[in-house]
Design a protein around this ligand. Structure first.
Ligand code: ADP
Ligand code: MG
Length: 248
């Protein structure tokens, strides 16, 4: 469904050029939950932005459902794809109530938008009492649920989650991930789950890409509940969390 081919992107910081992405190949199939892990600074967020066309790649291509995503075609791409970020409180307008925040992406929707929102609230385990609150009156987990719901309202085919559980405690992380997995099953929504936290990624994903210094250095699908990595860097990363996994 999503096919990233040989994508590169450099930044020039005034003195030198830094290759943030160096020939990235990556795919996400329909209904798949794919992980992307790697140390801070390896290029994960850059890839998310480039896939979402918030920035242009220097070279390479991005295709969605077999069609190249271009500046012209990106409008329909946006309808099918949503990106959510780590920092939920920064993503939510502090002077709007939850109700106003959720109505905004539905501007163009015909029919009863309020009823639709009330129906969808339950999906992310929020209630109608949350509608009248401001983001500052919500917990971190609740803020991330609102953020998530806002992206779900347009029923995306693919949801890209960039470090969305990184600021949350383990229990809340687990709740949000379980929620994502439920949505994945019920709505057949594909997920690209980006994190530096290996435990969360191993728990959430069917298949994982490992990034280092702008390159994908390894890839593994889960077989019998276990990932098999061949590259020594990936092995090191994963060995360091063995025996300390999130319990199923
Ligand atoms: P990650 O999300 O894996 O932590 P990023 O994609 O944010 O990594 O960053 C990858 C590299 O690209 C880093 O070295 C970062 O400093 C650099 N970078 C990212 N965005 C920019 C930008 N807008 N301008 C200059 N350099 C950037
Ligand atoms: Mg990042």
């Amino acid at each position: 469904m999503l096919e990233v081919s040989n994508v590169s992107k450099s930044y020039y910081n005034g003195r030198q050029t830094k290759k943030a992405l160096n020939g990235i190949d990556l795919t996400v199939s329909k209904g798949e939950v794919v992980g992307l892990v790697g140390e801070s600074g390896c290029g994960k967020s850059t890839l998310a932005r480039v896939v979402m066309q918030l920035e242009l790649a220097d070279s390479g291509s991005i295709a969605f459902n077999g069609k190249l995503v271009t500046r012209k075609s990106r409008k329909s791409f946006y309808q099918a794809n949503q990106l959510i970020f780590q920092n939920a409180s920064a993503a939510l307008n502090p002077s709007w109530t939850v109700r106003e925040i959720l109505l905004e992406p539905l501007r163009l929707m015909k029919g009863d938008r309020e009823a639709y929102i009330r129906r969808m609230l339950g999906r992310v385990k929020l209630s109608e009492t949350h509608l009248h609150r401001y983001p500052s009156q919500l917990s971190g987990g609740e803020q991330q649920r609102v953020n998530l719901l806002r992206s779900l309202l347009v029923e995306p085919d693919l949801l890209i989650c960039d470090e969305i559980v990184s600021n949350l405690d383990r229990l809340t992380q687990r709740e949000i991930i379980d929620l994502l997995l439920e949505l994945n099953r019920e709505m057949d929504m594909s997920i690209l789950f980006i994190a530096h936290d290996l435990q969360a990624v191993m728990y959430a994903c069917d298949r994982i890409y490992v990034m280092k210094d702008g390159r994908v250095v390894d890839e593994s699908a889960k077989t019998d509940g276990v990932f098999h990595f061949s590259h020594c860097y990936a092995r090191q990363l994963f060995d360091s969390v063995l025996g300390n996994r999130m319990r199923e």
